[in-house]
Design a protein around this ligand. Structure first.
Ligand code: FMN
Length: 177
């Protein structure tokens, strides 16, 4: 089975997951910025990986535009964010990014990455500062908000290859989704 992973990564977490996965499934990786240089026709499995920004998977609009070309192929989307793994975050990412109909044909996985302020662009650092300020201004923060505020005060890395195990299972399934 021939697989390709197109990944959109700003600070390296999604790129790392794409590299790990490509090794495990013996596939190819292509950076998002090179997306127009390739032809998806020759692949049985097309995987799109993008980081989550304000709840949305970056570059997903482009991937969705390719869907008519991808009929009959296995389609997997990896959403990489700063939040720890969990059913709630996975469900939120799914509902913010896909319709029920789209979810019928695509497998979506949320993968925890982390935060890297050192590699972040000026604008993204600014947005994160605003987000931190917003959380800090809460008079009665919930336990979750307090935990998030603490976590995002610095860079951290919670990416782990083990999070790709369910993705590998989906890849190995021969049946259509
Ligand atoms: C402006 C901005 C918004 C973000 N929004 C979210 C978010 O809604 N949910 C989340 O889990 N992570 C969010 N993040 C964190 C990134 O998704 C996280 O750092 C991810 O690991 C980055 O992947 P990359 O290194 O491949 O770009 C945000 C980061 C930035 C800079």
């Amino acid at each position: 089975m021939k697989a390709i992973i197109i990944y959109n990564s700003k600070t390296g977490f999604t790129e790392r997951y794409a590299g790990w996965l490509a090794k495990r499934l013996n596939g190819e990786t292509v950076r998002y910025r090179d997306r127009n240089k390739m032809d998806l026709i020759g692949y049985d499995t097309v995987i799109y990986a993008g980081s989550v920004h304000a709840g949305f998977v970056t570059g997903l609009k482009w991937f969705k535009k390719q869907l008519p070309l991808l009929e009959g192929k296995k389609k997997i989307v990896l959403a990489v964010g700063a939040m720890p793994a969990g059913e709630e975050i996975a469900a939120n990412v799914a509902s913010a990014n896909f319709t029920q109909e789209e979810m019928g044909d695509i497998r979506l996985f949320y993968l925890p990455g982390g935060l890297c302020y050192e590699k972040m662009g000026t604008l993204d650092r600014f947005f994160m500062k605003l987000f931190r300020k917003m959380l800090a201004s809460r008079k009665n923060p919930s336990a979750e908000e307090a935990e998030t505020a603490k976590a995002i005060s610095h860079s951290y890395d919670i990416a782990d290859r083990a999070y790709l195990d369910p993705v590998m299972d989906a890849f190995m399934q021969s049946a259509d989704f």
